[in-house]
Design a binder for this molecule. Sequence first.
Ligand code: NAD
Ligand code: MG
Length: 292
Amino acid sequence: MPQDPRTLYPTVDPEKQTQPEPGLDVELSPQADVGLDSYKGSGRLQGRKALITGGDSGIGAAVAIAYAREGADVAIAYLPEEQPDADRVIQAIEDAGQKAFAFPGDLKDAEYCRTLVEKTVEALGGLDILVNNASRQVWAEGLTNIDDDEFDKTMQVNLYGTFRVTKAAIPHLQPGSAIIFTSSVQAYQPSETLLDYAMTKAAMNNLSKGLATSLIGQGIRVNAVAPGPFWTPLQPSHGQPQEKIEGFGQHAPIGRAGHPVELAGAYVFLASDEASYVVGETLGVTGGSPTP
Ligand code: NAD
Ligand code: MG
């Protein structure tokens, strides 16, 4: 039976709420669907070995759970204060019968980025899927209100961290491997309150295309996903002004925010052999907001 996408997942209608950065899924109200009770796998990533940054919560958690249910062993990276969310994801990966590894640390730390990949390769016995998903998003009222220090932190996590983890991972990737970046609809339609964040998302989109051309000669596919508004802890932990938390995502043409599980299929597809001819693509999952 076909299902109406407008009502397939519950409409998120949050009240104003704030969490300290980076925010926790377990504290979100209402709870977001990361696939714990909804994602069903079908063996599409059997025997694969994946590292997912920001795999504790939100979109990364949904990807981690889906990858495990598709047959992959999964390592997740996250900040130490996100342990309650990470515990939930590790449990779900193990419940799927797969190996799970947790490597907390701060992507602003260059040494951590390098050792994260080393520890992952050692634990999983290799690496063939890298999902660059971690990002920092802190809103400010226009460019003149972005502190230099805040700007620097956002660049450190979103650009330097992503660059360093990817650089450390590439030497380990064999033909058939996949790298997936998490860009955003913000890459095309930047909000006035997210100018620094939005430019990092455009940069990731650009890097994914350049890197795709550069690595396909080694049989490594690089792609990106550009989500629209998804209900995750990024939003209430200073990711949006409070007036945008109320009714979050309801401006999307579909009429509601996405739940992280609704992105899982895109990340599974791009990592799997079904996407063998998909290289340098950005897959928009926006609830109808047009992307180029
Ligand atoms: P999220 O808060 O669940 O995930 C972001 C993760 O980034 C955190 O869990 C954290 O582990 C990680 N992170 C942040 N700072 C870090 C640091 N200093 N060191 C290590 N890790 C750090 O929120 P999410 O919405 O699931 O975000 C996942 C990705 O999706 C991000 O790249 C975000 O830009 C992107 N995105 C989200 C939306 C949305 O509407 N939620 C839309 C477009 C793109
Ligand atoms: Mg988190």
